[in-house]
Design a protein around this ligand. Sequence first.
Ligand SMILES: Nc1ncnc2c1ncn2[C@@H]1O[C@H](COP(=O)(O)OP(=O)(O)OP(=O)(O)O)[C@@H](O)[C@H]1O
Ligand SMILES: [Mg+2]
Length: 373
Amino acid sequence: MVKNPFLVKGYISSEYFCNREIETNKIISAIENGRDLTLISPRRMGKTGLILHVLNQNIIKEKYYSVYCDIYQTQNLNDFVTVFGNAVINQLEKTPDRMLRKVKRFFSGLAPSFSFNPLTFQAEIDFKIINTKEAENTLNQIFSLIKDSKRPVVLAIDEFQQITGYPEKNVEALLRTHIQRMTNTRVIFSGSSKHLLAAIFSDYNRPFYQSTQLLTLPKIDKSDYSEFISRKFGNAKRSINEDAVMHILDITRTHTYYVQYLCNRLFESGKRKISVEDVNKTLLGILYENEGYYYSYRNLLTEQQFLLLKAIGKENGIAQPSSKSFIQKHRLGTTSTINSAIKSLISKELIFKEDNKYLVYDVFFSLWLKLLY
Ligand SMILES: Nc1ncnc2c1ncn2[C@@H]1O[C@H](COP(=O)(O)OP(=O)(O)OP(=O)(O)O)[C@@H](O)[C@H]1O
Ligand SMILES: [Mg+2]
C-alpha cells in the first residue's frame, strides 16, 4: 500500500479519493438509465480518477462488467483496435483459459497471436492487422465479444478526442454505428481537449451529434477539499493549520493534480505541524525541481509568445490580453501579434480559458513565471 495519502497518479480506493459524490451519482444514474455520457474537463482535473471511482462502486461491480480503455497513445484505427481489443479481452475475461477460448472463437479468421506479459499479468494480443479492412473486421469481432457478455457492460473510453487525429476519415461513423447497436453497453467517453471533444458531440453534421449526456467536471468544492486535506494529515498524527490549507487551495486554483502534488510533497517532508511558510517552502522546492522543463518550454516558443505567457502568469490570468494597459505594462507589441500568440499558446495547450480569463494551464509553471523578472 501507498503510505502517502495524497496520490499523484492512478486510483486505489475511495479512501484516497476526495468527494465527487454528485458527479459519481450522475454517472451511475446515466449508466442505470441506459444513457451514454461524455466527461470533459481541463487536464489533470480528475476525469480518469472519477471514472475509476465509478467503476469501483459496488452498485456497478455487482451488476456490470466494466472495461476501461485509455486511447491517448493511439494514432490511427489500427492502434485503436489493438488497444481497445486488448482492454476488452483482458477486462471481460478474467482467466487465461477463458481468454484464449474467446480469442480463438471470436478472432478465428484473423490469426492473432497471444502472449502473456509476466510483469503486468496481462494478455497481449497482436491482431496482426495489415489494412483498414482488417481493422474493421477485427473491430466487428471485438464488439460481438462485448455483445456476448453475460452481464451488461460499462465501457469507458478515455482521451476520446484522439480519434479526431486519425488519418482514416470514417472512424467516428464506424464507432457510432457499433455503439448505437450495443444495447447491453453503456459508454463513458472522456477527454480534455475541450474544443475537439465537444465538437464530436455537438456538431450537427457529425455522427455522434447529441448522442450522449455531457458532464463537465468542475473543481472539487473548496470546503470538501480542505476537510479532506486536514483529515489525511490528522490521520497520520500530523496537523496543518487552516490558513495553510486555504493557501494550498488558492495557489493551486484548486486544480486537483496540483493540490495532490503539493500535499504529497508536504506530507513527505515529515513535518508534524504545517504552516503557510512550509507550504511556500515546499512549493519553491517543486518549482526549482521543475525548472528544467520550464526552460525547455521557453525554447519552444518565440520571444513574443514567451513574453505574453509570462505576463499572463504574472497577472494570475487575464481577461483581455489585447487591452492597452496590459500591453503597455508588459511591453507586448501590437494587438495583432498578441492575437496570434494567444492562438498559438492555446493550440500548444500552454494557456486555456476559464471563467472568461486566459490562464497558464500548468499551475506550477504559472507560479514559476511569476518569479521571473
Ligand atoms: N477526487 C479526487 N481526490 C483525490 N485525488 C484525486 C481526485 N481525482 C483525481 N485525483 C488525483 O489527481 C490527479 C489527476 O487526476 P486524473 O489523472 O484523474 O485527471 P485527468 O483529468 O484524467 O487528467 P488528464 O487529462 O491528464 O488525463 C491524479 O493523481 C489523481 O490520483
Ligand atoms: Mg486522464
